[in-house]
Design a protein around this ligand. Structure first.
Ligand code: ACO
Length: 330
């Protein structure tokens, strides 16, 4: 299997809604506590969209920032890939709507449905287009309005999720040191119902019944995913570093999917990676699914936490069940 793609990051951007919802906001109406949420998940607050604001608006803001940082005009972009489980509309793709909103040309534009692993899927997919010459400037996003499929009456999931978007522009590079050195993508469809939305799809189209039975909201077997996530995060980081022939000590930064602080801590401690080399923003944003890694990547670049030449490991998992990792020398 090919294990190196000569691509580099031209710019990144991110956007979160203005409205902050704290743990205390939940304790007023659900049987939960700030202590439980912080201890079990690491989450202190999350952002939630305003009425009328959705995945497209988040994507437009994040994309404009990435374009500005890259010094590019929208018409210079020749591929858009958005990882999202919460598109602006069921049809068409949010990528098509983003293309028009940004003023890009009639370029290939599509969404990827790989839940929380989606941004890594998008990055690796865009790298193939760049590598074979079908694109030269790829805009990729992880963008979610996860609260649109979250049951705010269910304490088991309501407290976990938030809304956000992160964007990056990838382009080919001649620099032999830069690129995706190794990547792994996978899925286990036998566990599709570990995290799923039962209603509103073709199996059970939206109806008064699906709404009354709250079938349009996400259902999750949290404990089962917890064990899978710790094991998968651990083995993906270890195996992807091995694929690239680098040691874990060589990693400058690990950007894991932000689903639970305890999952991240367990996985990286088994790998012997110190927490100061690990991106954490779950305390401020909760689990933003495909946006989480994208947002953390932008934050790391913006704060100077990662710099040119660094080895950065992306690792994510989610509904599907899906998983993905990418080792990027930036
Ligand atoms: N406040 C207080 N108590 C709660 C809450 C809450 N918000 N939520 C659940 N509880 C209770 C449960 O009812 C249970 O009570 P019981 O013992 O009386 O039955 C108790 O807390 C323990 O519940 P568990 O589910 O075993 O708690 P756990 O420690 O596993 O934490 C959590 C739950 C946070 C969901 C954890 O399992 C987790 O993070 N799982 C992974 C989730 C994940 O990574 N999802 C990724 C996919 S998301 C996507 O793809 C969009």
């Amino acid at each position: 299997m090919k294990m190196k793609w000569a691509v580099e990051i031209a710019g990144t951007g991110a956007y979160v809604p203005e409205r902050v919802v704290t743990n205390e906001d939940f304790t007023k109406r659900l049987d939960t506590s700030d202590e439980w949420i912080v201890q079990r998940t690491g989450i202190r607050e999350r952002r939630i969209v305003a009425p009328g604001e959705g995945t497209l608006a988040l994507s437009v803001n994040a994309s404009r920032q990435a374009l500005a940082e890259a010094g590019l005009q929208p018409e210079e972009i020749d591929l858009i890939v958005i990882a999202t489980a919460t598109p602006e509309h069921p049809l068409p793709s949010t990528a098509c709507e983003l293309q028009a909103a940004l003023g890009c040309g009639w370029i290939p534009s599509f969404d990827i449905a790989a839940a929380c692993a989606g941004y890594v899927y998008a990055m690796v997919s865009a790298a193939q287009f760049l590598d074979c010459g079908m694109a030269t400037k790829a805009l990729i996003l992880g963008a979610e309005t996860l609260t649109s499929i979250t049951d705010m009456e269910d304490r088991g999931t309501a407290i976990l999720f938030g809304d956000a978007a992160g964007a990056a522009i990838l382009q080919p590079t001649d620099d032999p040191n830069k690129g995706i050195l190794a990547a792994r993508l996978g899925a286990d469809g036998a566990r599709a119902k570990a995290v799923w939305v039962p209603g509103g799809g073709s199996a059970e189209p939206a109806s008064i019944k699906t709404v009354n039975e709250r079938l349009h909201y996400m259902k999750m077997k949290g404990r089962a995913i917890y064990k899978f996530a710790v094991n998968m995060m651990h083995s993906l980081v270890r195996d992807t570093a091995e694929d690239a022939g680098v040691s874990l000590d060589d990693l400058a930064y690990v950007i894991p999917h932000q689903s639970n602080l305890r999952i991240i801590e367990s996985a990286v401690s088994r790998l012997g990676i110190p927490m100061d080399k690990v991106a954490i923003n779950i305390d401020r944003y909760g689990n933003t699914s495909a946006a989480s890694v994208a947002l953390a990547f932008h934050e790391a670049r913006e704060t100077g936490r990662i710099k040119s030449g660094d080895l950065v490991m992306f690792v994510a998992f989610g509904a599907g069940l899906t998983w993905g990792s990418a080792l990027l020398r930036i």
